[in-house]
Design a protein around this ligand. Structure first.
Ligand code: PRX
Length: 580
């Protein structure tokens, strides 16, 4: 396998921990038992993620240390110490309890990255309820499907976001309360609609955190598969062991770090690494509400003296596009360590960042289902640009064939993990069969194709299914096809990921129209708008192409594989099941 070796980061860039640096020794020295001993267990071997991230620091010098540096999209600045975070989360827990929320209930958030989003997460966890974060760019259909499936009891949102989706209310009998945060826009309470200022603000800052069992559900993220609507992957409080450990050893978080994870909590990176890893390590974390902007991002690094930065390949490619001149305008000397996740990180991006910002991005790999980083180019390791790195101690990945046989180095196959790590998902909500199908022959099947080289570095090859990865976000073709079929003009729809130089893939739909409808530019635009309105811009198709009919198997299944091969001008492969 070809790779360009890159210089190992120098030791003054990376503060190497004892043992970390010798891969074989690390794997022996870092054990789940050892990590468990570093956490603060509650009586009776209980553990609560909120307690680990926040309350336990109050017994130490970190009490008045800044936990969250927040910068709003209009430049507002707020800071919260660990003690203040606890007080705010306690108010949320009391407020939710006053609404009747109990242990195990699902509380969903449909919020931008405002401080209340973070307080709500920890307040919910303190209560022993399950937090379900949703991406604020979702449209009503995307939100409805997730609230319906999870049976969410409360939705915490803002008046402006609620206005976008409130039509879904009548379809959600389990949704008892909508809690509106009026930070930016005023609103009035009404039937089933309560105000944060009335429910949360007046509450006590004291709350006895629920002593949850390690196996109690904590966080739930919806993720996409090839078939069916998105599935709710639920995690348990025990996951904090993995998030804490990888925060310490992969993110290399140290007491004085200023850490910035650019991901939104609507996706798992924004919770596991936007909240749980940094705060369980007692580290100050920057939260920026606004979106991407090369100049803005570099200014934030300079302004807050960010030392450790975790972002995604699409963002890095956009930074590359913005050019080196903009980098030079900023003092990025505070940075000591940079990482990336979510999609393949092309080797050029690693080489570019080393030249332009003086640090290579360390790629790592994991999934919603894994809850924490599994494979990484971790700090003191030689980076192999283009590789995802080597397994974290305690994680046993392998490349296997369809029978579960382990394949030798260099051979491409299915990337699998030996089940049982602490942050492993425990269920797909309401979909036990689908969950069970991910475990075969003693392996958890990730759905990715990969290879391992002679030195145990893993290399991503592609996905084994039709799931689209657009800017690091997974989109299930079925969800998009179902939405298109709701439009009166659409008879059939097939959705694929079309390669894109920046976002890796974009969502492209092929559509066949019903009798009586004619393809036109106007209709194409209308379908694009329809998609954005229903699912939101992160999920909706960016391109639509009309076809007279879609290629289908004899049993009527649309052959996305064929659509993709045709789009790419590749051989069509086995078409023996194609209908005549
Ligand atoms: O296909 C892999 C890709 O993203 C998938 C997981 O996406 P999600 O569940 O949304 O989790 C996001 C948290 C990381 C994987 O199955 N992926 C993730 N990291 C990488 C990657 N593909 C290539 N290289 C990576 N480093």
């Amino acid at each position: 396998m070809e790779y360009v070796p890159i210089k190992k980061p120098s030791l003054d860039q990376i503060s190497v921990r004892p043992n970390l640096g010798d891969y074989a020794k690390d794997r022996e020295a870092i054990t789940w038992e050892g990590i468990k001993g570093e956490l603060d267990w509650l009586p009776g071997q209980r553990i609560n993620m909120a307690y680990e991230c926040l309350d336990r620091h109050l017994k130490t010098d970190r009490r008045d240390k800044i936990a969250m540096l927040w910068e709003g999209k209009d430049g507002e600045e707020e800071t919260y110490t660990f003690a203040e975070m606890v007080a705010q989360a306690n108010k949320v827990a009391n407020g939710l309890r006053s609404l009747g929320v109990q242990k195990g209930d699902r509380v969903f958030m449909f919020l931008e990255r405002i401080p209340e989003c973070y307080f709500t997460t920890f307040g919910t966890l303190k209560l022993g309820a399950v937090i379900g974060p949703l991406f604020s760019a979702f449209g009503p259909d995307a939100v409805k499907d997730r609230l319906e499936d999870s049976g969410a009891k409360v939705l915490v949102t803002s008046p402006e976001l609620w206005a976008k989706i409130e039509g879904i209310r009548s379809d959600l009998p389990n949704l008892e309360h909508v809690l509106l945060i009026t930070r930016r826009h005023q609103a009035e309470a009404g039937e089933g609609v309560a105000l944060w200022d009335e429910v949360v603000k007046p509450q006590s800052e004291e709350f006895e955190t629920e002593h949850t069992d390690p196996e109690d559900y904590s966080v739930m993220h919806y993720t996409s598969g090839t078939t069916g609507k998105p599935k709710g992957a639920a995690h348990v409080h025990n996951a904090i062991i993995g998030q804490y450990a990888t925060g310490k050893y992969v993110l290399d978080l140290h007491e004085d770090d200023i850490y910035w994870c650019t991901a939104d909590p609507g996706w798992v990176t924004g919770t596991s690494y936007g909240m749980f890893a940094p705060w369980s390590n007692g580290v100050t974390s920057l939260v920026h509400e606004g979106g991407f902007g090369a100049n803005m991002w570099y200014s934030l690094i300079a302004k807050y003296k960010v030392t450790v930065w975790y972002t995604a390949p699409t963002a890095i490619r956009m930074l590359m596009k913005a050019g080196d001149d903009v980098v030079k305008k900023h003092d990025l000397s505070s940075l000591r360590y940079t990482m990336s996740v979510g999609e393949p990180l092309n080797p050029e991006a690693v080489v570019w960042s080393e030249k332009a910002i003086g640090l290579p991005f360390h790629d790592n790999w994991w999934q919603t289902e894994t809850g924490a980083i599994m494979i990484a180019n971790y700090p003191s390791m030689e980076i192999r640009p283009g590789s995802m790195g080597r397994p974290f101690p305690g994680i046993e990945p392998a490349i296997i064939d369809d029978q579960g046989n382990v394949l030798p180095p260099g051979q491409e196959g299915s990337l699998a993990l030996r089940p049982g790590w602490p942050s492993m998902f425990r269920v797909y909500w309401n979909q036990q069969e689908m969950y069970d199908s991910r475990f075969q022959n003693g392996w958890y099947i990730t759905g990715d194709q990969a290879k391992m080289d002679e030195d145990g570095y893993f290399w991503f090859v592609g996905r084994a299914d039709d799931v689209i990865n657009t800017a690091g976000h997974l989109v299930g073709p079925f969800e998009v096809e179902s939405m298109l079929l709701e439009h009166p003009a659409v008879a059939e729809a097939g959705v694929i990921g079309k390669p894109d130089p920046v976002a890796m893939e974009i969502v492209k739909a092929f559509v066949a129209l019903k009798e009586g409808y004619e393809e036109s530019e106007k209709l194409r635009r209308e379908l694009i708008r329809f998609g954005r309105e229903k699912l939101g811009s992160g999920v909706a198709p960016r391109e639509i192409e009309f076809l007279a009919g879609l290629p289908k198997t004899r049993s009527g299944k649309i052959m996305r594989r064929l659509l993709k091969a045709r789009e790419l001008g590749l051989p069509e492969g086995d078409t023996s099941t194609l209908e005549d």
